[in-house]
Design a protein around this ligand. Structure first.
Ligand code: PHB
Length: 401
């Protein structure tokens, strides 16, 4: 596990100065009380910085820090200190990584992650240790379903959420027979289930589910099978580096003309520079679109571009909103993380002014949000409609205690 604790230079100087002043005044410093540090709120960022989701983790990190910087480097009036872990999108390493952030680094908030399997381990640690957890991507349905808890929040989506509306979009076009293809892990399975529920409810039929293990990208045999099954459409869940390769392979196989390809919007988000021609015209459903005509979106995209030299994507939006959510909570309790009840209440009731449009928390702590139908034009996912207005995850099995 790679962990770094970053203290700003100004913070260190200030701390040193304060220590010197106290020492010269002969003040006794209580044992175990690190001056300056006690005043900081500690954020544990557990995200992927290597592997197929590396860019997603970076976007979330940068935008979270942007939200903090826009508040003068503070949350709830307290300076922020980060402990950062590369989780490698590796579920086997996740319990240890999360536990170290909680027990060794003593973070006030765990923030992570991208991969649903890793997030499930974070949920368990958060529940076992009663640590505040904010999930800025991973859609694992259970996190805001059977495993929902007062200390667990999500600023992204449930895997069901962007998938379900695509079923109706296809069925409304008269499409009756579809095939699905996804990575076989929680996110791929739940996204597939969401699509299937929406599609079959609206009169369609999924004739076959095709799978490959995460993060495998050997798509060729599966594309051959799709060509022989001849469905009227293919629904997929892929993201990050894997999505880039899949879209290019689907295009190269010559399937674009004969079998429409659709998916949850991760297929074409943060990936368009690398997908280029192969992605043009692809339609997906997601809770964000690049050119959403909202002042907050324009302002955010400009600030993010200035900070990173990159274009914002859905991951950046979710990371930014994780920062905004924690800020709302800590502002309400003036930085006192021990005022847990009031902190949670503030996070539950705040309305987030997001680049995706304003959204609120469901009772299960998952965003209630519009799901857009988008189409790739050039290097942008352009919103061409609203596939489902103010969609809440059904939160099956959630009993908030
Ligand atoms: C997930 O594992 O939940 C996941 C990963 C990447 C995405 C979306 C969901 O883009």
């Amino acid at each position: 596990m790679k962990t770094t604790t970053r203290l700003g230079r100004r913070t260190l100087l200030k701390t040193a100065g304060a220590t010197a002043a106290l020492a010269s005044a002969g003040t006794l410093v209580p044992a175990g009380f690190a001056i300056g540090q006690a005043a900081k709120v500690k954020i544990g960022l557990m995200l992927p910085y290597t592997g197929t989701f590396a860019q997603l983790g970076q976007a979330i990190t940068d935008s979270f820090k942007l939200a903090v910087e826009q508040r003068g480097g503070k949350l709830g009036g307290r300076e922020v200190e980060y402990a950062v872990v590369d989780d490698e999108s590796e579920p086997a390493k996740a319990p240890e990584n999360a536990n170290k952030l909680v027990t060794r680094d003593k973070v006030d908030f765990l923030v992570g992650t991208v991969h649903s399997g890793v997030a499930m381990a974070m949920v368990k640690v958060a529940r076992d240790t009663d640590t505040m957890l904010v999930i800025p991507n991973a859609g694992a349905d259970a996190a805001t379903g059977p495993l929902c808890a007062p200390n667990i929040f999500r600023t992204s989506f449930s895997n069901w959420q962007p998938a379900f509306p695509m079923g109706k979009v296809l069925a409304d076009r008269g499409i009756k027979r579809a095939v699905t293809l996804s990575w076989k892990y929680a996110a791929g399975e739940e996204s597939t289930n969401g699509f299937k529920e929406g599609f079959e409810k609206a009169g369609g039929k999924v004739v076959k589910d095709l799978w490959l293990p995460f993060p495998n990208v050997e798509f060729q045999p599966l594309l051959t099978e799709i060509a022989s099954l001849k469905p009227e459409a293919v629904y997929v869940f892929f993201a990050g580096g894997g999505a880039v390769k899949f879209v290019k392979d689907y295009h190269a196989a010559g399937l674009r003309q004969s079998i429409p390809l659709v998916g949850a919007g991760f297929l074409t988000d943060g990936t368009l520079q690398a997908q280029g021609e192969a992605a043009q015209g692809l339609e997906t459903t997601l809770h964000y679109g690049d050119r959403l005509d909202l002042p907050k979106n324009k302002e955010f995209r400009e600030a993010y571009r200035k900070m990173t030299n990159r274009e914002a994507d859905v991951y950046a939006v979710q990371g930014y909103d994780a920062g905004q959510l924690i800020a709302a909570g800590l502002d309400a309790v003036k930085g006192d993380v021990k005022a847990r009840k009031d902190l949670v209440k503030a996070m539950e009731t705040t309305e987030i002014d997001s680049p995706r449009g304003r959204w609120t928390m469901s009772k299960a702590h998952n965003p209630v949000q519009d799901i857009y139908l988008r189409k790739v034009e050039g290097m942008e996912n352009v919103v061409i409609g609203v596939a489902h207005k103010a969609l809440a995850d059904p939160a099956r099995g959630c009993k908030m205690t």
